[in-house]
Write a protein that binds this ligand. Structure first.
Ligand SMILES: [Fe+2]
Length: 194
């Protein structure tokens, strides 16, 4: 396959093309968890823990970039995708959901902060250090940001694969809106400030 630099940026190519051996090993872990069908959040939890236990699977995908939050695909098929995210100071997602996908995320390096909205104002806060796992079903809403480590690193698994995310913004009239974004678009922290 020829690289088309003008169409697909090098950066994006790297994002979506995991080393074949790593993807193969991750696929084996997934099959061990569940040979077919979408994985529910408890299976996703077990999977990210199994991946975390094998640093040789995720460490090669860690990127230190102070200018933007980086993510690398570790594995994908028609029922799941698995990502390695690298967080530097100031980097954050803003509030979002994962549409139909269930999710598990696990911190494996440094510290990240997960928040969930507490209406009418405020947010819960969970500091995630290496070993902390959070899971959610379809419709789970959260925001994640960097706290410590350069980079902090987390492993995220989504099933079914993350096709869309909903980002939460407030318009000029103060009305909450859910904006539907491509699941692989970089989320920016320009949504609700709580
Ligand atoms: Fe998320």
């Amino acid at each position: 396959m020829v690289r088309r630099e003008a169409v697909v940026r090098q950066e994006w190519w790297d994002v979506l093309r995991p080393p074949a051996d790593l993807a193969h090993q991750c696929g084996q872990l997934i099959s061990e968890q569940q040979p077919e069908g979408a994985l529910e959040q408890q299976k996703l939890r077990q999977l990210v823990q199994a991946i975390a236990d094998q640093p040789e699977l995720w460490q090669p995908l860690v990127v230190q970039d102070p200018t933007r939050r980086r993510y690398r695909l570790l594995y994908e098929d028609d029922r799941i995708d698995v990502w390695v995210l690298s967080w530097m100071p100031g980097q954050a997602t803003g509030f979002h959901d994962h549409d139909h996908s269930e999710v598990a995320l696990m911190c494996v390096q440094g510290t990240i902060l997960e928040r969930q909205m507490l209406l009418p104002s405020g947010a819960s806060k969970v500091e995630m250090t290496p070993g902390t796992v959070r899971t959610g079903g379809a419709g789970y809403i959260h925001a994640v940001n960097h706290l410590h480590g350069e980079p902090a690193v987390s492993i995220h698994a989504y099933s079914p694969p993350l096709i869309h995310v909903g980002q939460y913004v407030i318009d000029e009239a103060g009305i909450l809106e859910r904006k539907i974004e491509h699941g692989r678009r970089e989320l920016m922290d320009n949504t609700i400030q709580i």
